[in-house]
Design a binder for this molecule. Structure first.
Ligand code: NAD
Length: 437
């Protein structure tokens, strides 16, 4: 198959490279000339484990190419995937679909012969109808079928997720489009990934329902964690106790500082708006959004409380800034709200993140950035673990304590990911605060 992938971001670049690895011929197109120039130079514009090698190999095999122009690749393509961003719209929180509609207009002018245009971006119900309308209006003679194929990969494990998905959802009722999509994903039958073919609206909604459910699961355990703290129970053991029940399952039951990232916050909000507009509000999801919003800033208050009620004039060191490990993505990361809350309270912030500091610097210029975890802790009154990077899981606690500043009291370790054992942290001379235990 010949494939054009519009948008070379976290989803487009990974999907394009994986589809090329399946044996298809793929051109990734992005309107950002810097991204394409860096890809031509063999540099990845994002951090995703394994992506550089996968891209290099498929470029070498001439199955993967990059361009700023759609014309040629779209004209030749059997399938054109739209994988552009759908951020929250300023003002009302609904999905901003301008990138998707711009892409559709541009694609329309370049289509020749029967082509399936596939929306891979996360888009609200009915967007496929509008994409189809735009294309037909711009190019009435075109032979096109518009399908939905939401993406479920996770940053940090994106290649494995794309190559071994739990399921593939394809929204189309057109037999020709279904045949093309089955051919695109044929290599995955070997891995026995189930393909679920639905109508377009069902596919679009399935993606939002999945993200809202996962966001609710995280929010549920976060609230249970707060209750555990109040009544003297251990959320880790509660999570294990409920997670072993197959109806519940152990994943997404790690209490923490609240969900962030480029998907859950915007997708839950967009779903809430869709449901309100349809006259069937999703009150559970509305509450999830509200609880999670409050939680991030509450984490700053937790740090302040652990520091004896004030951080004015104190130095707080943050380990981890990205919304999760193994990515450089800073979009809607909890660290942004935590830093703002601590700065408002008068703290000086020093931070270290293995991959996120370039983006973090642009978003939080007043933070001092350190070279590694130990340099970050130097002279700090409190150390906060925000993201559970592997590099932070086995730190030398004695060395950390020695490097931190402290007078009479023990230095404070606030572990928002519960990666340290409270008793062991105390033995090493820390005042330890975890989440829900
Ligand atoms: P991103 O911002 O990393 O990438 C989007 C890219 O599209 C950018 O490089 C941008 O320059 C390019 N672009 C925008 N308009 C264009 C146009 N008209 N022509 C060519 N290029 C254009 O976004 P992302 O994180 O890859 O997300 C893309 C979509 O996938 C979103 O809808 C998101 O919700 C969804 N999604 C993301 C993830 C994830 O983990 N990031 C997972 C599943 C689904």
């Amino acid at each position: 198959m010949k494939i054009a992938m519009i948008g070379a971001g976290y989803v487009g670049l990974v999907s394009g490279a994986c589809l090329a690895d399946f044996g298809h011929t793929v051109v990734c197109i992005d309107r950002d000339p810097d991204k394409i120039a860096s890809l031509h130079a063999g540099r990845m514009p994002i951090y995703e484990p394994g992506l550089d090698a996968l891209v290099a190999e498929n470029v070498r095999q001439r199955r993967l190419a990059f361009s700023t122009s759609m014309r040629e690749a779209v004209a030749e393509a059997d399938a054109v995937f739209i994988a552009v961003g759908t951020p929250s719209r300023r003002g009302d929180g609904f999905a901003d679909l301008s990138f998707v509609f711009d892409a559709a207009r541009e694609i329309a002018g370049a289509l020749t012969g029967f082509t399936v245009v596939v929306t891979k971006s996360t888009v609200p119900v009915g967007t496929g109808d509008e994409v189809e309308r735009i294309i037909r209006e711009a190019n009435p003679a075109v032979e096109v079928s518009v399908a939905s194929n939401p993406e479920f990969l996770r940053e940090g494990a994106a290649i494995a997720d794309f190559k071994r998905p739990d399921r593939i959802v394809v929204g189309t009722q057109d037999a020709r489009a279904e045949a093309v999509m089955r051919e695109v994903y044929r290599p995955l039958y070997l891995n026995q990934a189930p393909i679920l073919v639905t109508d377009r609206r069902t596919a679009e909604l399935t993606k939002y329902a999945a993200n809202a459910f996962l966001a609710a699961k995280i929010t549920f355990i976060n609230e249970v964690a707060d209750l555990c703290e109040a009544v003297g129970a251990d959320v880790q053991q509660v999570a294990r106790g409920i997670g072993l029940d197959k109806r519940i399952g152990p994943k997404f039951l790690h209490a923490g500082p609240g969900y962030g990232g480029s998907c859950f916050p915007k997708d839950t909000l967009a779903l809430v708006k869709t449901a309100q507009d349809a006259g069937t509000p999703l009150r559970l999801v509305e509450t999830v959004v509200a609880v999670n919003d409050q939680r991030k800033r509450a984490m700053a208050r937790k740090v302040i409380k652990a520091c004896g009620g004030s951080v004015r004039g104190k130095t707080v060191a943050l380990l981890g800034l990205t919304f999760k490990p193994d990515t450089d993505d800073m979009r809607d990361a909890p660290s942004l709200a935590i830093v703002a809350g601590l700065q408002d309270a008068g703290a000086r912030i020093v931070a270290y993140d293995p991959e996120g500091m370039a983006h973090a610097r642009a978003l939080m210029p007043e933070v001092t950035y350190a070279e590694d975890a130990y340099a970050c802790a130097e002279g700090a009154d409190a150390l906060v673990i925000v993201t559970e990077w592997n590099a932070f899981r086995a730190l030398d606690l004695d060395r950390l304590r020695r490097t931190m500043a402290f007078g009479e009291a023990a230095p404070v370790l606030i572990d928002l990911r519960n990666i340290y054992d409270p008793a062991s942290a105390a033995r090493h001379g820390f005042t330890y605060r975890g989440i829900g235990r």
